[in-house]
Design a protein around this ligand. Structure first.
Ligand SMILES: [Ca+2]
Ligand SMILES: [Ca+2]
Ligand SMILES: [Ca+2]
Length: 290
């Protein structure tokens, strides 16, 4: 290989590492929610795809448990939270699959649209958390009133907003929300880690890549965040439990609309290298062409 071609490979490899939709990912589960309106999110499996499809949605908290069945619903080909009170649920699957370990990580993407509200503005959002146990998922309660939601609160932390003497901590190891005020909000261990102002355009896609060596308690998980395909931030957290990686979502505003949920296994390093090598050879061949 020529030096120029080798440099191309390096550039392509670097680009692949940071691209928001790297090729070679295995879609474990995706859902465009393009199916008939229903108060039960997985009443039909139309719109679901991926190696784990179909999956069931647990609708743990709908302004109560069992609460109001219409709070979380399939509406207008989306997953929507409609009506008064929070909607909190999860996919009924522990994302500790061999395909995730093989590549050393996974990605989650979803489009988030948050409807209006007159109060608690930093705590009006849609988002998801990972590193959850099934017991935590089944125990979800309103995260603005209790310590049993995946996210935790911002307005209520250390203040007396809403007459709460104490803030509320979430149960997810990592959680990210897009807020009504267009901040990406990252929580680690149920506490706010940082807020990042973003400018929504077309799809309002929140995407996070998680990479790690194993699912053991205490192991480090690196994360990288994109919004609308552009990098936002990255850092790390640690799994709080062993082999506990349910994915939960929580929605809090007048309406919150989720669409195009995708969970992918990141490619094995060997296949990524092969992709880069293939692209490099292709460039080299084109450069040699008359
Ligand atoms: Ca849709
Ligand atoms: Ca429902
Ligand atoms: Ca955990």
């Amino acid at each position: 290989m020529t030096t120029a071609a080798f440099k191309s490979v390096l550039v392509i490899a670097a680009t692949l590492s940071f691209a928001s939709t790297a090729p070679g990912q295995t879609v474990l589960f995706s859902d465009n929610f393009n199916r008939a309106n229903n108060n039960v999110l997985s009443a039909e499996t139309t719109g679901m795809a991926g190696t784990l499809a179909p999956l069931n949605y647990l609708q743990t908290w709908q302004a109560g448990n069992p609460g109001n069945a219409s709070i979380l619903q399939i509406n207008n080909n989306t997953l929507s939270k409609i009506g008064t009170g929070m909607g909190i649920g999860a996919l009924d699957h522990n994302f500790t699959d061999a395909a995730i370990l093989a590549g050393g990580g996974f990605r989650v993407a979803m489009d988030v649209t948050v409807g209006t509200s007159g109060d608690d503005l930093p705590d009006r959002y849609g988002g998801f958390g990972v590193g959850l146990s099934l017991a935590e998922v089944n125990g979800f309660q309103d995260e603005n009133d209790t310590d049993f939601g995946p996210r935790g609160t911002i307005s209520n932390v250390g203040s007396q907003v809403d007459q709460d003497l104490y803030g509320h901590k979430g149960v997810a190891d990592f959680y990210i929300s897009l807020s009504l005020q267009n901040n990406l909000q990252i929580f680690k261990g149920g506490l706010l880690e940082g807020q990042y102002a973003v400018t929504p355009a077309a799809n309002r896609t929140v995407e996070v890549e998680f990479s790690f060596a194993d699912f053991n308690a205490g192991s480090q998980v690196n994360f990288a965040v994109w919004f609308e395909g552009a990098p936002v931030t990255g850092s790390f957290f640690n799994w709080s439990g062993t082999d506990q990686n349910y994915l939960g979502f929580s929605l809090r505003s007048s309406t919150v609309v989720i669409d195009n949920l995708t969970i992918s296994a990141i490619p094995e390093p060997s296949s990524l290298a092969l992709l880069a090598l293939g692209a490099g050879l292709w460039i080299a061949r084109r450069r040699q062409a008359p």
